[in-house]
Design a protein around this ligand. Structure first.
Ligand code: F0G
Length: 350
């Protein structure tokens, strides 16, 4: 058969597993690399979207979570815990179900999208809303994992990075080589760390002839790496990346510097504009945080920082259905019609 087998089976020789490892999978990965027509026309480049919202729980987190839950199972854990802005908790909750484990999640109160909360709830996670932000949740999760019998599955767990690096492998496998530039949203900075590791490993093994420049974009109100200091009260409508003190800060700077890349900020307005462009011009519905990569590419192009003719991949990290409020807000109300073809046709200007 030709069914995709999930990232652990597809990239087994490049991941820390053995034949005895009890693989916990929802067949994540194998996501589409979609040519982006409008973005290519606007930049004069060949732009592709790595559509990570096509993963089983709707975000790239599944790549890391199959590894983290698999490893927790191998080590005999009965319970896992994570701090999350929503997607990690949705993913952990689903994979914990597959593994027969209890899943505890710590989320910033009132600051996670409804779809993500719904996922954690329907998968039966134990949810604690913390009176604080993501950074406070992560501090608390680390302390609980230190003191109690529960395994931490945040991206500070290095096997998460191992799983997430497979997205870079898939891109090189699809394109035949690494792109010139890879663009990502940056929150806790695990994903940019993972892609850079994946690209470097492929280049070192001769599976790619080069590595891309890594471009990361934070939301302007939550841009500690850009500012050079933690943000105590991070703000942005892109709740997934509302993070003031990223755990993988130093790794993200290394990815930027070693690749000759950049980490900059985009405003909420630029994020929402890219969000609408992706939906209305490319047919790809992402959540707001995901649009930060595309907002960053468009900003760089306007500033003349994008040389035409390059091959550029933007990761869009999460599915738009997770946080549909921004799709509905400001859109015209659908009109109501009777069951009558003539009336419907008139409304449709046919
Ligand atoms: N995009 C989405 C949709 C995310 O959910 C996240 C992170 C990021 C981008 C940023 O990735 O943290 O590796 O730099 N979400 C985490 C969570 C924090 O809890 O779901 P990063």
């Amino acid at each position: 058969t030709h069914q995709w087998r999930g990232i652990i089976e597809e990239y087994r020789d490049r991941l820390p597993v053995t034949s005895a490892t009890p693989v916990v999978t929802l067949l994540e990965g194998g996501t589409p690399l979609v040519p982006a027509q409008t973005l290519s026309a606007r930049t004069g480049c060949d732009v592709y979207l790595k559509v990570e919202g096509a993963n089983p729980t709707g975000s790239f987190k599944d790549r890391g979570m199959t590894m983290a839950i698999t490893r927790a199972k191998q080590e005999g854990a009965r319970a896992v815990i994570c701090a999350s802005t929503g997607n990690t908790s949705a993913s952990a909750a689903a994979y914990a179900v597959r593994a027969g484990m209890v899943c505890a999640v710590l989320v910033p109160q009132g600051k996670i999208a409804l779809g993500k909360m719904g996922q954690a709830l329907v998968h039966g996670a134990r949810i604690l809303q913390v009176d604080g932000n993501f950074d406070d949740c992560l501090t608390l999760a680390r302390e609980l994992a230190d003191k109690y019998p529960v395994a931490l599955v945040n991206s500070v767990n290095p096997v998460r990075i191992e799983g997430q690096k497979t997205a870079a492998f898939e891109i090189v496998d699809a394109l035949g080589d690494a792109p010139d530039v890879h663009v990502l949203p940056v929150g806790n900075a695990g994903n940019i760390t993972a892609y850079w590791k994946g690209y470097r490993e492929y280049a070192a093994d001769g599976a790619a002839t080069r590595t891309p420049r890594m471009w990361g974009f934070q939301a302007a109100g939550s841009a500690p790496i850009v500012n050079g200091a933690p943000v105590l009260k991070p703000q942005t409508i892109a709740t997934a990346i509302r993070i003031g003190n990223p755990a993988s800060w130093a790794f993200a700077e290394a990815a930027r510097d070693e690749s000759g890349g950049l980490i900059e900020a985009v405003t909420d307005r630029q994020i929402l504009s890219a969000y609408r462009l992706l939906a209305s011009r490319e047919g790809v519905f992402v959540e707001p945080a995901s649009a930060a990569s595309v907002a960053g590419l468009l900003k760089a192009a306007e500033e003349g920082k994008v040389d035409p003719g390059q091959r550029i991949v933007c990761t869009v990290t999460g599915n738009g259905l997770k946080d549909p409020d921004w799709a509905v807000a400001g859109a015209p109300q659908p009109v109501t019609v009777p069951i009558d073809a003539a009336a419907a046709a008139e409304r449709l200007d046919l």
